[in-house]
Structure formats: C-alpha cells, structure tokens
Design a protein around this ligand. Structure first.
Ligand code: SF4
Length: 377
C-alpha cells in the first residue's frame, strides 16, 4: 500500500471577492488573519500521530489567496508543518498566487520557505475581462509576476486561465492562450467559467455568454493550440509540458489519500471523507482535533468505485482495470464490463494495454459518459 500522503492547506482570505467566486474566501483585517493562522497551527499540532507519520509527497497552499501571507507567517506555518510531518525528498510544494498580491521580494521569500511550484491566477490577459470578473490585478501584473517568479528561481509555474467569459469572442480567448504560451509556463489550466448561484455574476446583467457550440469550439482550439506549443493534455482542463503534470491534483483524480487542513478543507483517508468546519467562529474556538471537523462520512464500496471511475476518467490516461481490481478485490468486468463495452462500441472510450480512457468524442460529453458509471444501490 502507498503510505504517502498529500496535504492541502486552506487560506480563506482575499483582498476582495471576485464576482464569479463561490469559494470559501473573503476579505479580513490583519488581526483576523493572524487569529486564523494561530488556529491553523493548532490544528496542525493536533494531527493524530498515525497520520503525521505518513511521508508527505505533495503540499498545496490554496484559498483564498495564500500569497497574501507575509514571509514570517509562512515560515511559522512551515515550521508547524515540518514539526508534524516528514516531507519526501523532492516533494511538490505549490502555492496559489494572485498577481495583485506579490512582488519579487515576496516570491523570493516563498522560494526560501520551500515553495517550488506556483499556480498564478491570471484568468485573462485583457484588462476589460479582468475588470468584469472583479479581479484585483491587471494584465501587466500577471506578466510581471511571471517574470519575477522566474527571477526568484521558480522553474515550475502554472497559469490559470478562464474561458467562456461573458462577451468573450473565440479570437479573444485565442489571444489569451497565445499570450500565456509566449511566456512559456510549464503548466496551463484552462477552465470554462461556470456561473454559480449566489455569486454577483448570477444576478448581474452580463454580456452574452458564448453558446454551447462556441464553448466547445474554444475547448477544441485550446487543445490544438496548446498541443502545437508542446503541452500535453493530461486532464480535461489541464495541460503540461512532459513531466510537469501537477502531482497534487493527480492525487485527487486517482483517489489517493489527502489531508485538508484549514477552514472547510476536505480530506479523503482510506474509506472515509471528512471536512473541517466551515464556520470561522467554530474553527477559531476549536481546541481538540475532533472540534475542527464535521462528522466523518464513511464511503460505501459503491461510492468508492464510482469516484474511481468519475475522477480517473477525467485524466487522459484514464483508469487501469488492474488498479480497480487491486483496490476493490472484484473483477472490473463484473461491475463495469457491460457499461465499458457499450462506450467502447459507441467510440466514447478507447482501450490500450489494460487502460480505459475517454476518446475525443467521449471527452466532449464526459458528464454524460460518467453518469453511466453510477451504480444501483
Ligand atoms: S482571488 Fe480566488 S478565491 Fe479570492 S475571491 Fe477571487 S477567485 Fe475567489
């Protein structure tokens, strides 16, 4: 059994809320941010020994805007983490960076603290689009932060881009992709905007959104452009130069264990899931490991099999039927044989050396394909 563990740390503060965002995040003054970090370090110190003993392969600081942290705050957090966990040699340590919150000296400090991968929230290289999204930065900040990250010694950089924005033409999206490629990051994430209920976007009058067909066209062009620039698609929305797939996210897609620390963070450990409390008041007053968490949710065998399929098929290399059998001690054929056969016949799935993966056509209607893997209870 693979004993290694991945850690996710949630930093729930931002300068201000973006108009499309439904993450657990928001603005707060420095006293509130300090109090939170105190509680986070307390939570880390309370991690049970049987979890703390597992070697850490990847660590991801997400949010929110973790790049709002000052060097002293990050160094104290890293100290707390290092006194609880042992990191594997070459562990991937990523941080999300909002271009409006960092400069060269801060990035150098992050590098000194052991961060070795940055995920830069660019979203767009057009100021008009950034303003519409409610981002705090301008396009020139994204370009500046990229070069500063290189100067600070980062050789593993991701750029986050967002397509299907209100009023966005395919030309503008192509231009965003070209600008991203011209910087030469190791990794590009390209997600379509989803308008979530309860966000300002859901109630605003917005320029028209690209239609479904246009959205599909942008998606296909994204693959073509990035492929021609040396990026491989390894997941529905993620592209990387060979060897630079995000190891942390691959842990999620392959259903391996991860521990989430911080407000609202989720964990998957063996056969159960558990979430940290999402009320700041409860989080700050938690004194025992149990107080930091909502009740554990045991996963049934069916839940775990479905997740293995849903998440695994997001990756272009798909799933290995042998892994399924090793994990669940039952022949793949017996559980999903008929469904997979149907998808193979329809050209939605392909097979190669024990791997099953979505074809281009399957990727286009991935949600439909995956819904066929829901099991009867
Ligand atoms: S910076 Fe990120 S987490 Fe913060 S409000 Fe904007 S999208 Fe949400």
């Amino acid at each position: 059994m693979d004993r290694s563990l991945s850690l996710y740390i949630h930093y729930p503060f931002c300068v201000r809320k973006c108009r499309y965002c439904d993450f657990l995040s928001g603005p707060a003054d420095s006293a509130a941010r300090k109090a939170y970090l105190g509680a986070l370090e307390r939570e880390i110190s309370l991690v049970p020994e049987f979890i703390g003993k597992r070697p850490v392969r990847t660590l991801f600081f997400g949010g929110g805007t973790p790049s709002l942290m000052e060097e002293g705050e990050l160094s104290s957090l890293m100290e707390a983490l290092c006194s609880k966990f042992t990191f594997e040699e070459g562990a991937e340590i990523s941080m999300e960076v909002n271009p409006g919150t960092a400069d060269l000296s801060k990035l150098r400090a992050f590098r000194r603290q052991g961060i070795n991968r940055l995920s830069i929230g660019v979203q767009s290289f057009h100021d008009q689009e950034l303003a519409l999204l409610g981002r705090i930065h301008r396009a020139e900040d994204a370009v500046r932060i990229f070069h500063e990250a290189r100067h600070a010694g980062f050789d593993n950089l991701n750029l986050d881009l967002m397509s299907a924005l209100p009023g966005q033409s395919p030309e503008k999206w192509r231009d965003n992709l070209e600008k991203a490629c011209s910087l030469g990051p190791e990794h590009i994430s390209a997600y379509s905007l989803i308008i979530e209920e309860g966000t300002p976007f859901a109630s605003m009058e917005l320029p028209p959104l690209p239609g479904e067909e246009e959205d599909r066209r942008m998606y296909h062009e994204t693959g073509e452009i990035l492929l021609s620039r040396g990026y491989e698609r390894y997941e529905i929305s993620n592209y990387a130069r060979p060897g630079f797939a995000c190891r942390h996210n691959c842990v999620y897609w392959t259903c391996r264990d991860y521990l989430g620390l911080g407000l609202g963070a989720s964990s998957l450990m063996g056969e159960s899931r558990f979430d940290c409390v999402s009320s700041m008041k409860d989080y700050l007053s938690a004194g025992r490991w149990e107080d930091f968490h909502e009740e554990k949710i045991p996963l049934t065998l069916e839940d775990r099999m479905e997740e293995f399929m849903f998440l695994g098929l997001r990756m272009t290399e798909g799933i290995r039927t042998g892994d399924f059998e090793e994990r669940f001690h039952v022949p793949f054929e017996e559980i999903y044989g008929k469904t997979a056969e149907k998808h193979l016949k329809e050209g939605l799935l392909a097979e190669d050396m024990g791997r099953l993966f979505l074809t281009e056509r399957g990727l286009d209607i991935a949600n439909y394909v995956m819904s066929d893997y829901i099991l009867d209870r």
